[in-house]
Design a binder for this molecule. Structure first.
Ligand SMILES: [Zn+2]
Length: 328
């Protein structure tokens, strides 16, 4: 029998030709009668005509905030680990990059090896060369676990790492929902935020990275890892910037044409790498420079290639809103 959810069972006199239902030897007159019409969902209230057009916030392609714009009272190392899986007792640690964010992004250091003990010892030596530091990443707990378990496995002391302050840019996006109310708002992936903030998708998908690994090619994973560390650092700096001084943050988040021209005169522009498309700061005094992610050569850009501001794509108002607008 086809399901008809608009009918319900009701007792009472049967229509002509119908037979009673036999329930455990007792005959009961049952018939199907239509349900009352379901309450319709109230129409979504039209927004006032003055704001009936979907707001069009603009965004800076590259919020130009650098470590110089924030006060750092400690060395902040931005870092990220790549592994062959999710669980520390199952995966192999393959790649890690570290960027002390007060140094040029292109000086980011990457360790990669098919030999896990080797990468563990090299990373430990690198971290032990610092006098002090704090660390920041995205979903940092994963990376802390990765490194601390390997330091244990290979018995490599890294005292500063174990006592370090760790920041997590993912936590930043949860602020407010943690402090006062509990909420299941999505924290978003790193890529979600970076595409929104910088209009810059990751150079490789994780599937492409694993396809590379199966062919003994670690390059896609290394490039993805360096991209992660670079943008994690950018977002960390940005989050610190707005925490420090609201007035300054607001003016700098959306640089005016005047400011952009000033930056251009000072010789810093933003260009996309021709190979991996990662946004790089380019010093115009150079004839060419190297992409911080994939090390490809970037030649001096023309003014048309500078990335400045774009406007979010216009979202057409829904039909009902359109009518409201037309009736105005
Ligand atoms: Zn590149």
């Amino acid at each position: 029998m086809a399901e008809n959810t608009n009918l319900k069972l009701s007792s009472g006199p049967l229509p002509a030709g119908a037979t009673p239902m036999n329930v455990a030897g007792t005959l009961i007159n049952m018939k199907l009668v239509p349900l009352a019409a379901p309450a319709t969902t109230p129409p979504i209230q039209s927004v006032p005509s003055s704001s009936s057009v979907v707001p069009l916030p603009t965004k800076a392609v590259q919020p130009k905030i650098t470590a110089e714009d924030i006060s750092l009272d400690e060395v902040i190392i931005c870092w990220d680990c790549e592994t062959s899986g999710v669980n520390p007792w199952e995966y192999q640690w393959l790649v890690a990059s570290f960027w002390p964010i007060d140094t040029p992004k292109a000086d980011m250091v990457t360790f990669a090896s098919w030999d896990e003990e080797e990468i563990t010892r090299e990373v430990a030596e690198y971290l032990n060369s610092f006098d002090s530091f704090a660390m920041t990443g995205f979903n940092t707990a994963f990376d802390i676990r990765c490194m601390s378990t390997r330091f244990m496995m290979y018995q490599v002391p890294v005292p500063l790492f174990m006592s370090s302050t760790f920041y997590d840019t993912r936590d930043f996006f949860k602020k407010g929902t943690w402090k006062y109310v509990f909420s299941d708002q999505a924290s978003g992936s790193l890529e979600d935020w970076i595409v929104w903030l910088y209009d810059e998708p990751k150079p490789y998908t994780i599937e492409e990275c694993f396809a590379g690994l199966r062919e003994d090619n670690m390059e896609p994973l290394i490039i993805r890892n360096r991209w992660d560390v670079g943008v994690e650092g950018d977002v960390f700096i940005l989050s610190k910037y707005i925490e420090e001084d609201l007035e300054r943050g607001v003016s700098q988040m959306k640089p005016t044409i005047m400011q952009r021209t000033e930056e251009e005169k000072e010789g810093n522009v933003v260009v996309a790498c021709p190979v991996c498309k990662t946004l790089n700061e380019y010093e115009l005094k150079n004839a060419s420079q190297i992409c911080y992610v994939c090390a490809s050569k970037i030649v001096r850009p023309t003014s048309k290639e500078y990335l400045e501001e774009i406007v979010r794509p216009f979202v057409a108002p829904k039909e009902s809103t359109k009518k409201t607008t037309a009736a105005k």
